[in-house]
Ligand binder design. Sequence first.
Ligand SMILES: Nc1ncnc2c1ncn2[C@@H]1O[C@H](COP(=O)(O)OP(=O)(O)OP(=O)(O)O)[C@@H](O)[C@H]1O
Length: 670
Amino acid sequence: MHSTFTMTREPTFKSYCVCRGRNEHELSAESPIIVEPCNQTDILLTTTNKLFSFDRVFDQHATQENVYDEVVQPILDQVLEGFNCTIFAYGQTGSGKTYTMEGNLEERHTRDAGIIPRVITNLFDMLEANHSEYSVKVSLLELYNEELRDLLNPTNHQQGRQIKIFEDKLGSGVIVQGIDERFIQNAQEGLNVLRAGIKYRSIGTTKCNDKSSRSHCVFSLISHIRESVPGKEDVFRIAKLNLVDLAGSENINRSGAEFGRAREAGMINQSLLTLGRVINHLVEHSPHIPYRESKLTRLLKDSLGGKTRTCIIATISIAKMNQEEITSTLDYANRAKNIRNRPEANQPTNRNIHIRDLEMKIEQLKSDLQASYEKNGVYMTQKSFDAIKEENQHLKDAVKDRQDRLDKAKHDLTHTEVKWREVTTKIDSVILDCDRKVDMIRIQEQQARTQQADDLLDYFGKFESDLKSIHKEVEIIGKRYDQLYQHHIQDDQCQMESLELDMDRWNHNVQMSMDQQIQQLTDQNRKQRDELEKEKKRHTETWEKLQQMISEVSQSQKESLEATTATLGASLVNDIDLLENVKTDASTVRNKQASYLKERKNKIAFMENQIREDQDHCKKILSKISLMDNLSKSQQLILQTQAQQKDEGLRKRPLAELEIEPIPRKRPQR
Ligand SMILES: Nc1ncnc2c1ncn2[C@@H]1O[C@H](COP(=O)(O)OP(=O)(O)OP(=O)(O)O)[C@@H](O)[C@H]1O
């Protein structure tokens, strides 16, 4: 055994997680597994994909022995070194707290034996192996509905003897007055005592557990170990191990706490809530830790942020149907991991000190007894009175603390009320303003609508008169078209007839003049030819007569004669050519006249077509105009009806419901 009193640097508040495999109920409900231990220290909640870290995670296949070896054995070693230690089991009902802490109490080394029987057994084994002088005493305390009960002496409670909790001024932690502490000589005796006490634990039935522990249960082991120091007086090393099986952390509805058990569940939750608050305050290093708000936290004060080595074992189901509780348990235990305790080994005490302590205690008890016999008004010793006074002071402090918080809450409430009133007034004025604005907007809208309707009526009136004038214009155009058409055709026909006449006349004239010219030319030609013949004859005669003379006439005369003949011949040819040209010109003019006539005819036919098309177009325009006329009349009617209806309904109907189409501001182009 180690005899040194060491301050450790390991985490002072450890946190473990133990998973329970699915039970019959969860299997029959086919509730899927939602937790996955990733490695030895992390566990994944698959539904939220959140990872929780612990000092060690035990999956559903882990054994009680595994848990003991890894969690409890190191703690037991430290108990033997003089450290006070505490192990909590925390979890929803039915998750395996009692199984983990107690398990099977019947047999020493069964597979299902939990932490307590293994601790008892191993403690004695270790003490024996150490060959030291020792003593071990145990106590078993139940906290039910905020009442402490001694399970090793249940009659105490029945006889109305109260168990009190004191804080020891000398620094040895919390003192629980009025409980039985049984010395046990060996493991078997310890197990017997435990089994006997456990029988009295408050058990009920819940939906989650047939044998549900309805209370918090604290099993404490106190060991005194004698240590020999060479040349000095022997000393005793005293240490305490608390093994706490908390009640289920379930919510009332889900646990199905029935038949008056709702109060019980409420109480359980109350003390667990306080435990949670204490943990939060410790984690946040708050100046005030609300230990005094529940007996559970008062009892375990030293294990929470005190000098004790503490660990929490979170027991969880792995089935999805318990998701809510699994999450809250993991959160709770995870948070507790951040508590910082200041473990200190207890100072060894020697026989004399111990005897003196015991003598003081005997004295105190004697004094209490005496005071109680004498019934002199104060049935207790001064020391007990002082303790009660101190308790009262604590209570007063707590009351003051609560009063302060209440005052602050009241102050906050008043402040909030003032603000609320301010906000309400503001809201009222805003509503009033809004109402006024809405009314104004309605009136404006109504006016605008009426104006719009009037504008519309004006517009349609003008539109109608415009249509009428268009109508008239179109009629005039139509008539003009008709007249034009008649006129044009007649003109063209006259023109054509006169042209034809002209042509005929011209043709005739041309023919006549041509014939005359031809006749003249032919006559002229004949005359000239006759003259020429005569001339020729004369010449021949003359020639013949003057043959002789001719031979004598110079060559030049002969040439001149021949030239004259040639000139006369050429002139004749020219005349013929001229006549031919005149003929060609006449036929060209004739052709031109014919093509002009043809062109005119085509033009007239084209114009006739156009006029016909124009007439059709006019007819269409006329029918459209009459259609528009009808439409405008019917729209005018609708508008008038609407205007009347609007006038009546505008006050009642919201703006958006008025189905008036947008007004085209642009006039249609004529
Ligand atoms: N790891 C486990 N292996 C096998 N069985 C288990 C395990 N944990 C719990 N059980 C069984 O589940 C049932 C409920 O367990 P237990 O009574 O320990 O729950 P609990 O958390 O203490 O519930 P309560 O808060 O209601 O007391 C018991 O029958 C127990 O034997």
